[in-house]
Ligand binder design. Sequence first.
Ligand SMILES: [Zn+2]
Length: 149
Amino acid sequence: MPPCPICQQVDAAHAGTHPRHITTLPHCSVVLHDQQGQRGWCVLQLRSHAEHLADLPVSQQQEIFGEVAAVAAAIRTVTGCTRINYECLGNIAHHIHWHVIPRYPTDENPRAAVWGFKPETLGRTLDPADQTALIAAIRNAIRLQAEPR
Ligand SMILES: [Zn+2]
């Protein structure tokens, strides 16, 4: 059985070698997605291997969703996007992870899920300085979300 690609990314984030690691929350490691056609697209990766969200205790499910919502709020703050898509798919990587995808009025099809967008559009990457700045901004915004209000 091949190694789990999400576990490999979580391990890299823990080791400080993941190039797009943003932060580590109690349940999830947060990374900037490698495809930045939707600027600010993040992925929350459960820090321990589990395949099905419904198998986790309800309290943990709720806390995970709190982390997803905090990341979404941070992305909105940083990017000014108008909408967020939340996707927990698991079709390719069978390890609980959430895609948190900012949406903009200028999207090639604002009413459709991004998966049908042109690969050359969706797969855009950022130049290294821009990527570093975006990661820092999202990290900071997540920290502000986590502070008591
Ligand atoms: Zn895994």
